[in-house]
Write a protein that binds this ligand. Structure first.
Ligand code: CP
Ligand code: NVA
Length: 308
């Protein structure tokens, strides 16, 4: 049966670790010039209803490095943009392609695409989740910290797609997770409930607070994201007001454990959710994180489109 990556909860702990192990191997091979054409002759369609730098380039380059091909499909040019139903688009594309990566607004659109297609569907970001980014984050955390045991991850800011996928990914692996968001901007109840269940299963701690200091105290990894996501541009001003005090800066970082990491999925708004000083101090790990999109997604592609 085909397998999709629609949400982080589609992956068990074992499956996440398997993807991370394959990603490490592919990264090593790439750095050492070892060819790995696991997807020779395969084509990935990439549907974009929102802007992208990293997701588009890393998927396209990733398919090329795996010996396959990627097609950029802007929703503006597809008939879907003129009202052709997802159920028809999905069945047609299943006849040509070997997999689809889609970036869109509603999670339901991705779920519907998966329901009607015979080929794997990969969520390249929705309003609810960003699983490909979180796999790259987890890969980066393991590169720097060597293991996930005993780590505390703090997410500061909007309870958005990144926060929600991180809750699921980090708790599935047994890390402690603390989220600090102002009232009205917390993750959806669905993710707070799921987080509680995953924490219980993993014997980990899961906390939601409106205090950034409380969340980052003794943290090993601090993560943030923009205060206004794609599609929320009109709310940008009121959000800057609502998120005052939620900036990651050197003062906040002084409460974390020694050698703590700072991650940001990018693009970053310097001196809003993160100070320029803190961003530049942690630029090495932030750009490793961006690079790891390539390796982590290649692992997902090999798992879903290949025979692994
Ligand atoms: N982090 C991320 O998904 O970046 P893009 O929006 O540039 O793809
Ligand atoms: N939360 C951001 C992530 C961008 C990669 C957004 O959805 O715009």
């Amino acid at each position: 049966m085909k397998k999709d990556l629609l949400k982080m909860e589609n992956l068990s702990k074992e499956e996440i670790l398997d993807i991370l192990n394959i990603a490490d191997q592919l990264k090593y091979e790439h750095k050492h010039g070892i060819e790995h054409h696991h997807l020779k002759g395969k084509t990935l369609g990439m549907i974009f209803q929102k802007a992208s730098t990293r997701t588009r380039v890393s998927f396209e380059v990733g398919m090329y490095q795996l010996g396959g091909n990627a097609l950029f499909l802007s929703s503006k040019d597809l008939q879907i943009g003129r009202g052709e139903p997802v159920c028809d688009t999905s069945r047609v594309l299943s006849r040509y392609l070997d997999g689809i990566m889609i970036r869109t607004f509603e999670q339901k659109e991705v779920d519907d695409l998966a329901k009607y297609s015979d080929i794997p569907i990969i969520n390249g970001l929705t309003d609810d989740e960003h699983p490909c980014q979180v796999l790259a984050d987890l890969m980066t955390i393991r590169e720097y910290k060597k293991s996930f045991d005993g780590l505390k991850l703090a997410f500061i800011g909007d309870g958005n797609n990144m926060a929600q996928s991180l809750i699921v990914g980090a708790l599935t692996l047994g890390m402690d997770v603390s989220i600090a968001s102002p009232s009205g901007y917390t993750p959806d109840d669905y993710y707070l409930e799921l987080g509680k269940k995953l924490a219980e299963k993993s014997n980990a701690k899961f906390a939601l607070t409106d205090s950034p200091v409380e969340a980052v105290t003794s943290a090993d990894i601090v993560i943030t994201d923009v205060w206004a996501s794609m599609g929320q541009e009109a709310e940008a001003k009121e959000r800057i007001e609502a998120f005052k005090g939620y900036q990651i800066n050197e003062d906040l970082m002084s409460y974390t454990n020694p050698n703590s990491l700072v991650l940001h999925c990018l693009p970053a708004h310097r001196d809003e959710e993160i100070s320029t000083e803190t961003f530049e101090k942690h630029a090495e790990e932030i750009f490793d994180e961006a690079e790891n999109r390539l390796h982590a997604q290649k692992a997902v592609l090999v798992k879903l489109l290949g025979n692994k």
